[in-house]
Design a binder for this molecule. Structure first.
Ligand code: MV4
Length: 460
């Protein structure tokens, strides 16, 4: 096992990784920007190195600074967390060239999944269901129209270098398709320096269901069940739960096997997540993309399986065999994660940076809080607005909702606006309580129920 690990990240995920290192007897090295000197991850690590000024591109994204810090601290491995350089194949390669283990998949794994058109083609060949669509890239307007004629409208134009919803256009007829093809392509060129796009049949009523997988360096792959991440707004997730209330045991078995097949087909290593779109009407699932990193919402999988995913990542990266088989992975109860962001939900979720005057986190039965904040900490406008994850686990979904309701009530944050009021409204919503929601739900909920509920409450 590694003796010393550098955590190339900040915030709650840096804290989460430091905690795993401490439990495993690994010396942790934090890195921080000038804006993060007071952050909890700096205080919790065994050692900390400043890597530059506040803007991410000058610090957390600056490969030369991270590698210098790794050399100075003489680490054996780097954990990239999520975001920043976590899905950067070039960074993974540089780590390998410097004889530092990258705690994540191979550069080849990252590259193959980073190109969404290549990933789709790879999955189709591996027998993983994909939505009807183009065979590879769409190279012209005429090509796009011919493809739509074959699969039928509505269709979605997607950027090959995209993911997470960037560079997507819905088209319902030839005219809007030609327009969408041009704008998606131009947007992709500007955002990613790659104008390549492809086409998929657009699934209107869908849930976002993703499967956690884990692979060692010896060809063993397992899945750890699914997470339902449909409660999101503009591709920003707000609440996730496991298991999904939308699928039957039969679909659960099949989607789990499809995710394992997806990972096996590319010789995947480490922790990864296979994202599916679940067509609510047809009850069919389709591969969307694979995330080659640990995800924000990994704790709900940990809560229902009892598996420490960060520890598993470290063991896999060190070449250890998976300590369990698929049959030995069992699922217990129901877990929900709610993201507490420093944002103003009464002002369209505008970031609300500033000093946290007071924070009191919930506790008690079934409650876990993953966070890097404390009373008096200044939330910088330079980074992601997530300040805490409230994670609950109950014996059943109803039990988990009751615990979440209590935890949200106990949680007190003063000094910045937060998403907490949205959580409180959500746990009381009849559709949410019945588990009936698609990816369109939160947007509608904010415009109707949340707005009506908060009218006259004096909030602004
Ligand atoms: C889709 C889709 C409907 N049909 N693909 C959005 C982000 C990226 N991961 C894929 N996305 C979608 N792909 C087809 N063929 C709808 C979405 C989508 C979505 C997916 C998951 C969660 C939230 C979403 C919100 C809007 C659109």
């Amino acid at each position: 096992m590694f003796d010393r690990v550098l955590i190339a990240n900040r915030g709650e995920i840096a804290v989460r990784i430091i905690r795993a290192c401490r439990e495993m007897g690994i010396h942790s090295v934090a890195v921080f920007s000038e804006a993060d000197e007071a952050s909890l991850h700096v205080q919790m690590a065994d050692e900390a190195v400043c890597i530059g000024p506040a803007p991410s591109r000058d610090s957390y994204l600056k490969i030369a600074n991270l590698i210098s810090a790794a050399e100075i601290a003489d680490v054996d491995a780097i954990h990239p967390g999520y975001g920043f350089l976590s899905e950067n194949a070039h960074f993974a390669e540089i780590c390998a060239n410097c004889n530092i283990a990258f705690i994540g998949p191979t550069p080849e794994n990252i590259r193959r999944m980073g190109d969404k058109a290549v990933a789709r083609e790879t999955m189709r060949k591996a027998g993983v269901p994909v939505t009807p669509g183009s065979d590879g890239l769409v190279l012209s307007k005429e090509d796009a129209v011919a493809c739509a004629k074959r699969i039928g409208y509505p269709v979605l134009v997607k950027a090959a270098a995209g993911g997470g919803g960037k560079g997507m256009r819905i088209a319902r007829n030839d005219v809007s398709l030609v327009q969408g093809y041009m704008t998606a392509s131009a947007e992709a060129e500007r955002a990613f320096g790659n104008a390549s796009v492809y086409i998929e049949k657009y699934v209107e009523q869908a849930r976002h269901i993703e499967v956690q997988v884990l692979a060692d360096h010896h060809g063993n792959v397992v899945h750890l069940g699914e997470r339902d991440c449909s409660i999101q707004r503009r591709h920003q997730k707000l609440l996730e739960e496991s298991p999904s209330p939308a699928i039957t045991p039969d679909v659960r078995r099949r989607i789990g096997r499809a995710a394992v097949r997806a990972a096996q087909s590319v010789g995947y290593r480490g922790a990864g997540t296979v994202e599916f779109l679940f067509d609510v009407g047809a009850r069919e699932y389709y591969f969307m993309e694979m995330n080659t990193r640990i995800q924000v919402e990994h704790p709900i999988t940990e809560e229902v399986t009892g598996v420490d995913l960060i520890k598993a990542q470290l063991l896999a990266a060190a070449g250890e065999k998976l300590p369990f088989t698929q049959k030995e992975i069992t699922f217990r109860g129901h877990a929900i994660e709610f993201r507490v962001n420093a944002e103003n939900p009464y002002r369209n979720f505008a970031p609300s940076p500033g000093r946290i005057d007071l924070v009191v986190f919930p506790g008690g039965r079934g409650v876990r809080v993953d966070s890097h904040v404390y009373s008096g900490l200044e939330i910088s406008p330079h980074y992601d607005s997530m300040i805490a994850k409230l994670i609950v686990r109950g014996d059943s979904r109803a039990d988990a909702i009751r615990i979440l309701n209590r935890a949200l009530q106990e949680c007190a944050i003063q000094g910045v606006h937060t998403t907490l009021p949205v959580g409180q409204a959500l746990v009381g919503d009849a559709h949410f309580r019945r588990g009936e929601y698609t990816t369109a739900f939160l947007e509608q909920f904010m415009e109707s129920s949340f707005r009506i509920q908060s009218r006259g409450s004096g909030e602004a």
